[in-house]
Write a protein that binds this ligand. Sequence first.
Ligand SMILES: NC(=O)c1ccc[n+]([C@@H]2O[C@H](COP(=O)([O-])OP(=O)(O)OC[C@H]3O[C@@H](n4cnc5c(N)ncnc54)[C@H](OP(=O)(O)O)[C@@H]3O)[C@@H](O)[C@H]2O)c1
Length: 256
Amino acid sequence: MARIFVTGSGQGLGYLAGLRLRDLGHEVVFHARNPTREADLGQTLPGAQIVTGDLETMDGAADVALACNATGRFDAVIHNAGVGDRGTGWLTTDGLPLVFAVNVLAPYLLTALMHRPDRLVYLSSSMHFGPGRLDLAKAWVQDEWRLPLDYGASKFLLTTLAFGVARLWPDVAANAVDPGWVPTRMGGAQAPDDLALGAATQADLALDAPMTGGYVHHGKACEPDPATRHPGFQDQLLGLCARISGVTLPAGTAKP
Ligand SMILES: NC(=O)c1ccc[n+]([C@@H]2O[C@H](COP(=O)([O-])OP(=O)(O)OC[C@H]3O[C@@H](n4cnc5c(N)ncnc54)[C@H](OP(=O)(O)O)[C@@H]3O)[C@@H](O)[C@H]2O)c1
């Protein structure tokens, strides 16, 4: 039996991935954004283990990491929580674009602060293609965010983060998943892809990851935007996350 933490699992793909794993007999710790969402989830899934906390701020993400660590080490973490384009242009109380705070910095902080699992899965998107290497040197200057960033660019950075972690932590299988365009709150009712299939790949990779640094869609390894593979760009992103948060990704390969 594996222990798995799924962020943003009160609804949508995270909920379905968690449910799939739970139904297979694994120990799943769900994650709710606030106590109201925790109560909703508790009603839907009586007895579910739930860690609660908002990933919008750096303090919130650090608190979630601490709460997770207090429950013990996980075999796998699925970094699923995310905000869509409605988050573009919205600055958090930390002065960061919401899409960067929730979609990139929170997964970075959880990765850095949680006991190191064996497998990490990051929810990417086909919308990650295109931005090219962003000029991250201009992103955070004198405690101010100066780079325009939309949802697609945030997923581009998250995918870069996943591959950076895969390169620096060879003892951990870290992969990115494109779930397809599926009908969740974020995807919208008109989304054409299969919802159950959209949740399956990340759940399966949380149990058994035959590769690391993969970009996987419906169980098949695909080619991501090649810029996400660039080690120098990965290091630049990790450096930016460390500079903004004051938290450095631990080095080395030993498990705590
Ligand atoms: N749906 C698609 O077509 C699609 C396609 C490609 C990639 N994805 C990715 O798949 C992941 C799941 O998306 P989804 O479609 O299932 O979206 P969703 O239904 O909107 O669910 C998003 C989840 O993230 C949580 N979340 C958002 N902001 C948070 C915060 N500040 N702190 C803690 N939790 C937060 C939400 O909590 P609340 O319910 O409390 O808001 C919710 O549980 C996302 O990373 C998304 O980018 C989705």
